[in-house]
Design a protein around this ligand. Structure first.
Ligand SMILES: Nc1ncnc2c1ncn2[C@@H]1O[C@H](COP(=O)(O)OP(=O)(O)OP(=O)(O)O)[C@@H](O)[C@H]1O
Length: 263
């Protein structure tokens, strides 16, 4: 079950509310304080990126929002209801595409639908076809993951997350391991999908240019333990020109937070 329905709060709060979240891991070498009193919100239909140095808790907060990990203190609410585990309201895309090698592309995309069923009025096959079309992989439906490029595998991961039609897409460094050119085309495709589906996207990256290119807003983390250092609204029209003066100025603003970081 995704949420605990006994604790609904005000409807005026953002769709995703990360509220005073701290996280301490218990490891063999002692406790690791990964997050300290982290709060931020993500509005419905918004594209928000979390950036920060390595080890600042970006993946940890992602996993807590996804419901894969519990907060030590504080809570995450989605639509006002505390997250207690993963749910079909939050699709996840990871850096490691985590596809099933023994399943075809179509069967990988169908995976989540086998549990929750297709959206009303369509069959599993129609839904899979639609999602493969969204990511431009229709002709690879019968291929196996090993027959795909890294960028194509990430597209399958996105199609799989979209298949159950979650209102929220959580993405943890999804393009971290693809080359720069593929990354740029995946960026354009993701923005097209976002514009078409109006999903809320929460995106973790350490690539500042990627964050400025994609996001409405950037939440800047600082490390040791992870805290929210600032939030930057990216007030640039789309499509964005990575070489433009405005773009470069925002990038410089975000970079400035990293330059005086100890990391
Ligand atoms: N399962 C775990 N057990 C113990 N410590 C952990 C665990 N997962 C993460 N940590 C620690 O928590 C801190 C935050 O890690 P996290 O992976 O969230 O950072 P990050 O910002 O995503 O880093 P990166 O950009 O390098 O992926 C780090 O000090 C890390 O070593």
């Amino acid at each position: 079950m995704a949420v605990n329905r006994t604790d609904a709060t005000s409807t005026t709060e953002p769709q995703i509310a990360v509220d005073g979240v701290s996280k301490t891991y218990r490891s063999e070498s002692g406790p690791v304080h990964a997050l300290d009193d982290v709060s931020f919100g993500v509005g419905r239909g918004e594209f928000v990126s979390i950036v920060g140095p390595s080890g600042s808790g970006k993946s940890t907060v992602f996993r807590i929002v996804a419901g894969l990990e519990a907060a030590t203190e504080g809570e995450v609410r989605v639509e006002g209801l505390p997250v207690t585990g993963p749910g079909p309201d939050r699709g996840m895309v990871f850096q490691d595409d985590a596809l099933f090698p023994w399943r075809t592309v179509a069967k990988n995309v169908a995976y989540g639908l086998e549990e929750v069923g297709p959206p009303e009025g369509v069959t599993v096959e129609e839904r899979v076809d639609h999602c493969l079309d969204l990511v431009g992989l229709t002709e690879k439906a019968s291929a196996y993951p090993k027959e795909l490029s890294g960028g194509q595998r990430q597209r399958v991961g996105i199609a799989r997350a979209l298949a159950v039609d979650p209102p929220i897409l959580l993405m943890d460094e999804p393009f971290g391991s693809v080359d720069a050119r593929t990354k740029a085309s995946l960026h354009r495709e993701l923005l097209d999908i976002w514009a078409e589906t109006r999903k809320t996207i929460c995106f973790v990256t350490h690539d500042i240019e990627e964050a400025v290119y994609l996001s409405d807003r950037i939440v800047v983390f600082s490390g040791g333990p992870g805290t929210v250092r600032d939030e930057i609204t990216v007030d640039l029209s789309r499509p964005r020109d990575r070489t433009g003066d405005d773009f470069t100025a925002v990038k410089r603003d975000v970079l400035a937070y990293f330059e005086d970081d100890e990391d």
